[in-house]
Design a protein around this ligand. Structure first.
Ligand SMILES: Cc1cc2nc3c(=O)[nH]c(=O)nc-3n(C[C@H](O)[C@H](O)[C@H](O)COP(=O)(O)OP(=O)(O)OC[C@H]3O[C@@H](n4cnc5c(N)ncnc54)[C@H](O)[C@@H]3O)c2cc1C
Length: 218
């Protein structure tokens, strides 16, 4: 599939969001990703996975990423409005169960699937409760403004921001989320593995834990 860039947003926290024209008939579930292939000579290959950070209810597609040092990332952040990129079809089973309460745990750029899911919940006025625990290494939480504005009219959405540079690593979860049936973890593999251990340690059934490990982040 080929996607054309409509707009690029560079945020102060070295996060770039690429907004694409949405091809007619394009459909996906909140939380799915695309494999992006760029014409680069990179020891780690020409392809990376990126979650679609837009919701299916929006009239555009969006991929968001952190600047990096690899040839792939350098090529990506040098792209301009109007450029086209090659991608797979949407893939992945890390998707929102619309009816079940959700506890989402995001590490940094791991917010991308949750930005999609929460915007979807907001637009569809979903009733199930959502608790987002959002960990970041500084105070510049990507998409914070949007998340806070959706929270105003989505009474079932609760957000806990955790800035690890001020408060250290989070090693315990608030007990209020212990009874929630589906846990979604997304972010660097180490962070995902550590929260999986915490959840299993407090007796959560592994069948109720879903995860997206963002390879390439430490
Ligand atoms: C399902 C899924 C969804 C994902 N969604 C997103 C998303 O929404 N946004 C996002 O940003 N990422 C996402 N990722 C991760 C993404 O695919 C990339 O792995 C990530 O962005 C890092 O890419 P990279 O090219 O910077 O590093 P990679 O090529 O993946 O390299 C891994 C690491 O190796 C080190 N490294 C590589 N080359 C060098 C070098 N020359 N010198 C020194 N160190 C080096 C760097 O520390 C780098 O971070 C997702 C991954 C998966 C599996």
């Amino acid at each position: 599939m080929t996607l054309q860039i409509r707009k690029i947003r560079m945020a102060e926290n070295s996060i770039a969001s690429f907004i694409f024209e949405k091809p007619a008939g394009f459909s996906f579930y909140p939380g799915q990703y695309l494999d992006v292939e760029l014409p680069v000579d990179d020891p780690n290959g020409k392809t990376r996975a990126f979650t679609i950070s837009a919701s299916p209810t929006e009239d555009f597609l969006m991929l968001s990423t952190k600047n990096g040092i690899t040839p792939f990332k350098k090529h990506l952040v040098a792209l301009k409005v109007g450029d086209k990129i090659k991608t797979s079809h949407p893939a992945g089973t890390f998707t929102l169960d619309e009816k079940s309460p959700a506890a989402m745990i995001a590490g940094g750029i791991g917010i991308t699937p949750f930005r999609s899911m929460i915007k979807y919940a907001f637009d569809q006025k979903l009733k199930a409760s959502i608790t987002l625990i959002y960990l970041n290494s500084d105070a510049n939480f990507p998409f914070k403004k949007e998340l806070d504005s959706w929270k105003q009219s989505l009474p079932n959405l609760h957000i806990i921001y955790h800035n690890s540079s001020l408060s250290g690593h989070l090693t315990k979860l608030p007990t209020t989320i212990y009874q929630l049936p589906i846990y979604y973890l997304a972010g660097p593999p180490k962070m995902v593995d550590s929260f999986e251990r915490i959840l299993l340690g407090i007796g959560v059934d592994e069948l109720n834990i879903r995860y997206d490990r963002f390879d390439g982040y430490k």
